[in-house]
Design a protein around this ligand. Structure first.
Ligand SMILES: C[S@@+](CC[C@H](N)C(=O)[O-])C[C@H]1O[C@@H](n2cnc3c(N)ncnc32)[C@H](O)[C@@H]1O
Length: 307
């Protein structure tokens, strides 16, 4: 079950929280991960040969992006929210509408731990299949299709077939206002056939789960879903490093994982300038361009796999 991966990522967040030089503090992660998350993390690290240094960097990169965007956007949607606790741990405006979409099983586990905790904003839980027609459930939960929205798909695309990702991107683009953004991490193809990925591929075959998704052209993926490039970077680049990863150039380099922010076409000038400020605050470039880097050795590919 891909729901297992939610527990695994929570275990990684719990371990990061215990570090003196932590990139973020998720005080709920330990209880949310439980033994299930720790066991999956251990199995994953046995198969891939060690800790995945990218995941804490990814969490912090999305943290920074969300906090910056929340200064102007009053609506956020987490697609495949998992055991994310940002609604409880980030400094967010109280009038921010925060939607989390995932499977029932994940929300049950989450509510068992977070029962007495107060979110910082207006949190809405939406049980739906992000690979299907999820928009009626989101609209039914009060989502405003005219409002500027930040969509977040963190650690999700890897588990979905390409067509489902494109449909999800299109579905998001159809129901939000001008100035909206959609941020996702997109795995490159370099490691998809690596030995470390074999156990996960075998598990997918045994369980009828789609093989891991990756692409070397994340911008084409976003374009197919109706999103223009807002920003693209990669783990290890100056705006996605935090002193944890071997330095890499930003921009698109075939093979590796990318962190991509799409924007709806026809941003007005005020939204564009506000977005540029948000990117600047989180350490990224501001020209909205897509630097195409040289082809070089890819950074280690992120692996997410259930036990
Ligand atoms: C690797 S976890 C990431 C969770 C969270 N975004 C984070 O970074 O902690 C992937 C999440 O996507 C959810 N997911 C995968 N496929 C899904 C689907 N078709 N419908 C709803 N949720 C899905 C899983 O349940 C899981 O919670």
């Amino acid at each position: 079950m891909t729901a297992d991966t939610a527990f695994w990522i929570a275990a990684v967040r719990a371990r990061e929280t215990e570090r003196r030089d932590r990139l973020f503090a998720d005080v709920y992660a330990h209880d949310l991960a439980g033994q299930r998350g720790c066991a999956i993390m251990a199995a994953s690290e046995r198969a891939s040969g060690g800790e995945n240094a990218f995941i804490p960097v990814r969490v912090r990169w999305f943290d920074d992006l969300i906090v910056s965007a929340a200064g102007r956007t009053r609506q956020v949607v987490l697609l495949g929210a998992g055991l994310d606790t940002r609604a409880f741990r980030l400094d967010l405006p109280a009038d921010l509408d925060w939607y989390e979409i995932d499977r029932h099983e994940v929300f049950t586990a989450k509510s068992n731990v977070l029962t007495d905790c107060m979110p910082r904003c207006r949190r809405h839980v939406v049980v739906a299949d992000v690979g299907g027609d999820w928009s009626p459930a989101l609209l039914g939960a009060g989502f405003d299709p005219r409002a500027e929205t930040l969509w977040v798909a963190e650690g999700l695309f890897f588990y979905l077939p390409e067509q489902a990702i494109v449909e999800m991107l299109r579905g998001a683009a159809r129901i939000c206002g001008s100035g909206s953004l959609l941020a996702a991490d997109v795995t490159g193809t370099a490691g998809l056939d690596s030995p470390a990925m074999r156990p996960y591929r075998a598990w997918c075959e045994r369980n009828g789960v789609p093989p891991p998704f990756g692409t070397d052209d994340p911008l084409a993926l976003f374009a197919a879903g109706g999103w223009q490039l807002g920003h693209v970077t990669a783990p290890g680049a100056p705006d996605a490093n935090y002193g944890r990863l071997p330095p890499q150039a930003g921009g698109v380099i075939p093979g590796r994982t990318h962190l991509v922010v799409g924007q709806l076409p026809a941003l007005d000038q005020a939204s564009q300038s506000s977005w540029n400020n948000a990117i600047r605050k989180s350490g990224g470039g501001t020209d909205g361009s897509c630097p195409i880097g040289d082809v070089r050795s890819p950074a280690p590919v992120v692996e997410h796999w259930p036990s």
